[in-house]
Design a protein around this ligand. Sequence first.
Ligand code: PMP
Length: 431
Amino acid sequence: MISPTASLTRPGVPGMEAPGMDSLASLDKRHLWHPFTPMRPWCAEDHTPLMLVEGRGCLLRDQFGNEYLDGNASIWTNIHGHNHPVINAAIIEQLGKVAHTSFLGFTHDPAIRLAKELVELVPGGKLTRAFFTDNGSTAIESAVRMALQYWKQNGRPESDTLVAFDHAYHGDTLGAASLGGIPLFKGSGNDFGYHVVTVSCVEELASLDANRIAAVIIEPLIQGAAGMRLWPQGMLKALDRWCVAQDVFLILDEVMTGFGRTGKMFACEHEEVVPDFLCLAKGITGGYLPFAATLTTERVFEGFLGDPSEGRTFFYGHSYAGSQLGCAAALASLRVFRDERVLEQLPAKIARLGELMRDLPAFRQCGMIAAMTVDGPDLSLGAKICLAARKHGLLTRPIGNTLVLMPPLCVTLEEIERMVGALKAALAEVM
Ligand code: PMP
C-alpha cells in the first residue's frame, strides 16, 4: 500500500515548465472564469497561474514540479490526504459497476449503506433520515426548504421565518446566500422569497416571536468564512435549549466542521446537541467528489407523508443527487476513519498545531482549524502572506487578513511543523 503521506514520486525542477503548460495557462486566461477570483490580475500577462497536477497525502505538486503542503485541505474538503489508496480503490470499483444513476424514484446499494452509516454516526438516534445533494449550499437549502414546508403543511403556516447569525456563511446559491451575514458574499441574493432575521447572540432570540420562526441556523462552534470566529463555549447548548423549548427547528451547518475537523466526528458532539437538521458536505467523501447530505428526524420525515394528491411530497432534488460514485467515496472515507483510527490520533496533532501557533497575533483554534489575524490598514496583507508562503512550500488561502491552517487530518506532526514554519517565514518576510 502506498503511504498516503509519502513524498510525491516525481520531484521536478523548479522553473522548468512541463511541455504544453505554457499554452494551457494562456488558454485558461482566455476561456476560464474562476470562483472568488478577481479575474483582471489573474489574466494579466505577468501572472503565472498555479496548476496543481498531482497530490499524495498532504502534498500537492504544481506544473513546475514544486511541492507544497496543502494547508487549507483544498478549501476545507480533504480529510485523509490526496490519492488515498482506499478511497481511490472504492471509486474505481464503483466505476466498474456504474458511475451514476438517477436517485429520483430509484435507489442503489451504496446510498442505502451510506444513509445507515451516517445516521448511526450521530449520537442519540434522533436523526434517522438522509437526503442527498451535491454541495454544501444545497445541503443547507434542502434543510431550509424542508423546515419551511414542514410548518406550512403541519399546522403552523405562520412559521415562515429563518433566523441566522451575524457574519454567518451558508453557501452561495441564492437560497443559501439569503441566510448569510457577510455582505461581500451575499451579492444580490438577500431576499429570496423567505424571511430571514439576523441575530448576533442567543439572548436576542428572546425578543422574537417564536411562533413565526421555522428554524434557526448556525455554524456550530466556529464561523468559517467570517474569519474563523469562535462562538463562546456553551452557546450551542443554550441555542439548542431555546429551540427545544420553543419548538423551533435547529439547523446545524457542519459543512466545514463535520468529519473530524473539530476533533470529534461532528462539532455538535462537543456540546451534546443533536439538531433537527444536520448539513454535511465538503469532507463527506474525504474531499474527493461533490456530494452532500442533510440528515433529519423521523418527525420531519413523517410531516411529508400523505397521499401524493395531497401535495406533501418534497419536490426538490438535483440530477446528481445520491451519486453512486459519491456514495462509494463517502463509504470508503468512513472506513478509513475506522481502520486508521483517525479521531484517536487527533488530540496530539491539535495540541502540536496550537503549541506552534499560539505566539501568533490573534491566534485561535478549534480542533484542526487554526487561525491568526494580522493587523494593518493594508487589506491585501493576507493575500501577500499566502503568496510568500508558497515559496516556503505551503498553500493556503486568506480570509481578508486572517491566515488559516486547516490541513487534511492525516497530516503528520512533522508536516504540521513544516506548515507553521512556512507560515512564520512568510509572515516575517511580508510584515
Ligand atoms: N456552509 C459552510 C459553513 C461553508 O464553509 C461552505 C463552503 N465554504 C458552505 C456552507 C457552502 O458549501 P459549498 O461551497 O459546497 O456549496
